[in-house]
Each structure stands twice: as structure tokens, then as C-alpha cells.
Design a protein around this ligand. Sequence first.
Ligand code: C2E
Ligand code: CA
Ligand code: CA
Ligand code: CA
Length: 278
Amino acid sequence: TLLLAVMSALISCVLCFYIITLRRHPGKELLAAIRNNQFYVVYQPVIDSSTMKIAGVEALMRWKHPEAGEIPPDVFIHFAETQNLIVPLTRHLFKLIAHDALTLQNVLPPGSRLGVNIAPGHLHADSFCQDIRSFVSSLPASHFQLVLEMTERDMLNEKVATQLFDWLHEEGFLIAIDDFGTGHSALIYLERFRFDYLKIDRGFIAAIGTETITSPVLDTVLSLAKRMHLTTVAEGVETPEQASWLCERGVNYLQGYWISRPLTLMQLVAAHDEPAKY
Ligand code: C2E
Ligand code: CA
Ligand code: CA
Ligand code: CA
């Protein structure tokens, strides 16, 4: 019990430290972390439900803080947005992905989707188109099908967004509406904007197979997606029951811990060398 008490005291010390430092100098801390290379990218496989083979990955950012340890993206993305640092952070993400690109090309089949998350703040920035262009030119040509994942949180006005989406499509991107069904992503946007993918929030997926809940909302979302010719991706697939439920209903792609956790580049290479993993 003494050991336990000491350990929990230690853990809360570390937590306090990181909350205090981040609260006091969130901006400085984040910029320093970019300079000191504390960020890295993990890649979560997405599989095609008709072949159960890998169809692409979603890039997810990680911050390994020297004292505080791993800081979750929900925390630092929020910091970055409130501190006006989402643009440098996303540029840094693009750089890290470009750095990994040759290795990714070796382990992912041609045409693989490479999903990146775009925060609404970046969409609004003047530099957005330029940032996207230099990201594209930093990748090996035409190996990846790039997918921008975005929620509709404070989306631009309709005219600007329509033009931006057209431009992104011309540049060869596909656009996914992320976290669909959470209230961050509303029905109205499906009508207004040309999305290609609909990513169903894991909240819905988690409800599959629990005894009290049938999934009328999920059923409705899926038939809506079909009618609108949207490709569907289920996120947060954690059990084989959920996977087969989703496959039976024609969901196109599956992502989640049951398929694979997000992997470091090294782990992705190891999984590729041992394909039984998928
Ligand atoms: P998201 O875009 O919805 O990403 C999916 C999140 O679900 C990831 O969390 C992933 O690790 C987690 N996940 C995947 N499969 C499962 C599962 O089976 N069960 C459960 N419980 N969780 C699963 P992560 O990496 O912690 O990211 C959280 C959020 O932070 C992301 O949600 C995204 O909104 C944001 N984020 C992460 N990386 C970036 C980034 O580079 N840029 C931006 N703008 N946002 C990012
Ligand atoms: Ca996402
Ligand atoms: Ca999501
Ligand atoms: Ca999310």
C-alpha cells in the first residue's frame, strides 16, 4: 500500500506539472515541442470490408512530452486551436508525414487512402491552399489517395466552402465528414457540400451488440449514405460482432482497435512483414 500511495502521489505530481506548464505557457510550450521534435505520427489502418485487406491509414498526431509523457491529441489540438497555432502544428504534421512517405509507400499498396485531420481553424487560414499544395508536392506522386477529414464545426460560409471543396476535388483530394452523428457534423452539410466519405462516429458503433439497443439511427444513417452515394467508414470497431454487423449492412470500410490500434511507422512496417495481422 505504501508503494501504491507513493506511486499515485508521483503520478499526480506529474499530471499537475503538465497541466500547470501547459496552462501557463501553452503556446510557447507547443512551439518549443515542434522545434524539439516531440511530435510524431501514428497511422491507424483502415480495411476494406469486402476484402478485409488494408485500404489505407489515418494519420494521427502524438506528443511525447519529456516530463509529462504522452499528451493526448484531444488536449493539444484544442490548445493549438485556442492559441492560434493550428497552422504551424498542421504544417509540422505534413512535414512529418512527408518524412515517412517513402516508407509508407513501401508498406501500403498503390491507391491507398492517406487520411489527415484538418481543424476548422486551418480551413479558414489564408495559407490553407498553399499549405495543401506544398504537402501534396512533398509526397511521392500518385501513390496515395489523399483524404481530408473534417468536422463541420464552424464551417465557412457556404459560398467559400463550396469553392474550397471544388478546388480540393480538382487537386485530387477526397473529403470525409468526420465524427458523423455527434452534433459536430450535422445533416444539413451533407446536402450542401460534396463529401466523398462519411465517417460514422464510434459512439454509434459502440452501441452495436448491446442487448437493449437496436440501431435504428445507424440503419438510417447507412441508407442515407447509400442514397447520397457516400462511401461509409465505421470508426471505433472494437469487436468481431460489430465488424460483421457492419459488413452485413454494406459499410465500406472499417477502422478500430479490432482491426488495429494506431501504429508507429516501425510497427506498421513490422505488421506489413507479418501480414497475418490484418
Ligand atoms: P478522430 O479524427 O475521430 O480520430 C479517431 C480517434 O479514435 C483516434 O484517437 C483513434 O486512436 C481513436 N480510435 C480508433 N479506433 C478506436 C477504437 O476501436 N476504440 C476507441 N475507443 N478509440 C479508437 P486519437 O488519436 O486520440 O485522436 C483523437 C482526436 O484528436 C481525433 O479524433 C482528431 O479529432 C484529433 N486529432 C488527432 N490527430 C490530429 C491531427 O493530426 N490533426 C488534427 N486536426 N486533429 C487530430
Ligand atoms: Ca479523423
Ligand atoms: Ca472520427
Ligand atoms: Ca473524434
